[in-house]
Design a protein around this ligand. Structure first.
Ligand code: CMC
Length: 429
C-alpha cells in the first residue's frame, strides 16, 4: 500500500524511522531521531546555499524552473505584464487577489500621496560622498528612514505593518531618485500627486526642477512592465535575507535595507549592472567568441545567464527582450543590443551552456533598456530594488503571520579544534 511516508534506516545503529511526507517535503527535525546515543544531537541536513531546503510555506509566487513558468498569486507573469500595472500587481502580491476598481484607486492614491519623505530626512544625503554608489546610498537611506518611524517596531500590530508597508512601497522610489540626484549634483524634486507612481519616479529622477518631466508613454509603460517583472521571485537571496532579518522581529525598514544589501551583489540584482559592463568590454560582435572561450576556461561568468531555479528560458527575459524593441522605437537602438543578441545566440548553441542549462535571465536584457531610457548603469540595481520592495514586504507579512515560523538559526557542521588549554603568550611557538 503506498503511503505518504519516508522510511529511513540509519546503518550506523540499525534504527529505522518512518517520517511523514507533506507537500513533497519531510521535516528536517524528524531526522534528529537518528542518533548514535543519548548525548548525540542527531542527524542534521547539510545544504550550503539552500539548494534543497524549503524554508517556508508560501502562497505568493510560483516558479517552475524546468518549464520556465512564473506566476504571482496564480496569475501568469505574461498576462500581468500585458494587462496589469505595478501598483495593481503590488496589491495582488500583498493581498492575494486582484483589487476591485475602488480598492485600486484608493491604493494608487494612498501610495502617490505618501511618496514624500520627511523634510528633515533630506540632509541625510549630504553626509554621503558625491559619487557614492546609489545602491549603497539606498540601503543606508532605507535604514535611516526607519529611524523616523519608531512604531514600525510593533511588528505584531497589523495596522502598523500595513502603514509601513505602504510607506516603504511609496518612499523607496523617492529615496532612489534622491540617490541619483545626489550623484548628479542636482536639487531634489519631490513627488507630484498628479502623476502616476512610475511617472512620479521618472519625474523625481529626470525633472529639471522648474519643469515637470513628461516621459514618453511607451517609456513609462516599459518601466512599469519592468517593475512588474521584478516585483517578486519567491525565496531568492534578498527575499531570504528579508525573512531571516524579519524573523528576529526587526522593523521592516531595517529588514528591507538588509534585503537590498543582498540584492546589491553581482550574482543577484547587481547582475544587470555587471551585464552592461560586460557588454561594453566585449565592445563588438567580433570579440564574442574570444569572450565565450574565456568564460569556458573559468575567466569569469557570462553575466545575465544562468539561474538557480530556471533550467529553461527565464520567462521574464522573453518579455524584457520584446519590451526592448518597443523602447528602441522611441529612443533609437542601443548598439549593445546587437552584441547581447549575438552573445545569446552563440551561448545557446554552445555545448558548455547547453549541458549546464544556462539561459538568459531577467538581467540579460533589462540593462540595455535602462540605458536607452537614460538611467546610468549604477542605477540599474536600484531600479530592481524599487520594484522588489513589494515582494520583500509581502514575504515579510507572510512570515510574521505564519505560526510555523521561528527566528532563523541554521545549524553548522563543526570541523574545528577539540577542546585545548589556553597558552600564555610567552609560551607560544
Ligand atoms: N556563466 C558561466 N558559467 C556559469 C554561469 C554563467 N553565468 N552560471 C553558472 N555557470 C556554471 C558554473 O560554473 C557551474 O559549472 P560547473 O558545474 O562546471 O562547476 C554550473 O554552471 C552551475 O553553476 P552554479 O554556480 O553551481 O549555479 P548556481 O545555481 O549556484 O548559481 C547563478 C546561479 C545565478 C548565481 C549563476 O548562474 C550566475 O552566477 N549567473 C551570473 C550572474 C547572474 O546573471 N545573476 C542574476 C540571476 S537572475 C536575477 C536574480 O533574481 O537575482
Amino acid at each position: 500500500m503506498p503511503s505518504d511516508t519516508l522510511t529511513i534506516t540509519d546503518n550506523r545503529t540499525g534504527k529505522t524511522i518512518e517520517v511523514p511526507i507533506e507537500h513533497g517535503t519531510v521535516r528536517a527535525t524528524d531526522l534528529r531521531q537518528l542518533r548514535l546515543d543519548a548525548q548525540d544531537f542527531g542527524i542534521i541536513t547539510y545544504d550550503p546555499g539552500y539548494m534543497n531546503t524549503g524554508s517556508c510555506r508560501s502562497r505568493i509566487t510560483f516558479i517552475d524552473g524546468d518549464q520556465g513558468i512564473l506566476r504571482y498569486r496564480g496569475y501568469p507573469i505574461e498576462q500581468l505584464a500585458e494587462e496589469s500595472t505595478h501598483l495593481e500587481c503590488s496589491w495582488l502580491i500583498l493581498n492575494g487577489e486582484l483589487p476591485v476598481r475602488s480598492d485600486l484607486t484608493a491604493w494608487e492614491n494612498d501610495i502617490v500621496n505618501n511618496m514624500a519623505v520627511n523634510e528633515a530626512f533630506k540632509p541625510f544625503f549630504n553626509s554621503l560622498w558625491h559619487d557614492a554608489h546609489p545602491m549603497g546610498m539606498l540601503q543606508a537611506a532605507i535604514a535611516a528612514l526607519g529611524t523616523f518611524h519608531a512604531p514600525s517596531k510593533k511588528v505584531h500590530d497589523r495596522g502598523e505593518r500595513a502603514k509601513h508597508i505602504r510607506n516603504l512601497i511609496a518612499q523607496v522610489p523617492t529615496l532612489a531618485a534622491y540617490a541619483y540626484r545626489h550623484n548628479a549634483g542636482l536639487p531634489f524634486v519631490g513627488p507630484d500627486s498628479m502623476l502616476s507612481y512610475t511617472g512620479n519616479f521618472l519625474n523625481m529622477m529626470f525633472s529639471r526642477g522648474d519643469t515637470r518631466h513628461r516621459p514618453h508613454q511607451v517609456l513609462e509603460r516599459a518601466l512599469d512592465i519592468l517593475f512588474i517583472l521584478h516585483a517578486d521571485h519567491e525565496q531568492n537571496c534578498s527575499t531570504s535575507t528579508m525573512r531571516m532579518v524579519g524573523s528576529a522581529q526587526t522593523d521592516p525598514y531595517a529588514a528591507v535595507s538588509a534585503a537590498s544589501a543582498a540584492l546589491y551583489g553581482p550574482l543577484h540584482g547587481g547582475a544587470n549592472e555587471a551585464v552592461l559592463t560586460m557588454l561594453r568590454e566585449i565592445g563588438n560582435k567580433e570579440n564574442i567568441p574570444e569572450f565565450i572561450k574565456g568564460v569556458k576556461e573559468g575567466q569569469g561568468r557570462l553575466m545575465g545567464f544562468g539561474h538557480r531555479v530556471y533550467k529553461n528560458y527565464d520567462p521574464r527575459a522573453r518579455i524584457v527582450k520584446k519590451c526592448a524593441e518597443e523602447v528602441f522605437e522611441v529612443t533609437g537602438r542601443n548598439p549593445l543590443i546587437e552584441v547581447a543578441a549575438e552573445l545569446e545566440r552563440i551561448a545557446l548553441e554552445d555545448e558548455y551552456f547547453i549541458r549546464r542549462k544556462l539561459y538568459p535571465n531577467v538581467d540579460f536584457y533589462s540593462g540595455v533598456i535602462y540605458e536607452a531610457m537614460g538611467f546610468p548603469t549604477e542605477m540599474f540595481t536600484v531600479l530592481f530594488a524599487v520594484a522588489r520592495t513589494v515582494g520583500w514586504l509581502a514575504q515579510w507579512e507572510e512570515l510574521i503571520t505564519d505560526s510555523d515560523q521561528k527566528i532563523a538559526r541554521p545549524r553548522q557542521v563543526y570541523l574545528g579544534e577539540e577542546i585545548r588549554d589556553y597558552v600564555a603568550i610567552d609560551k607560544r611557538d
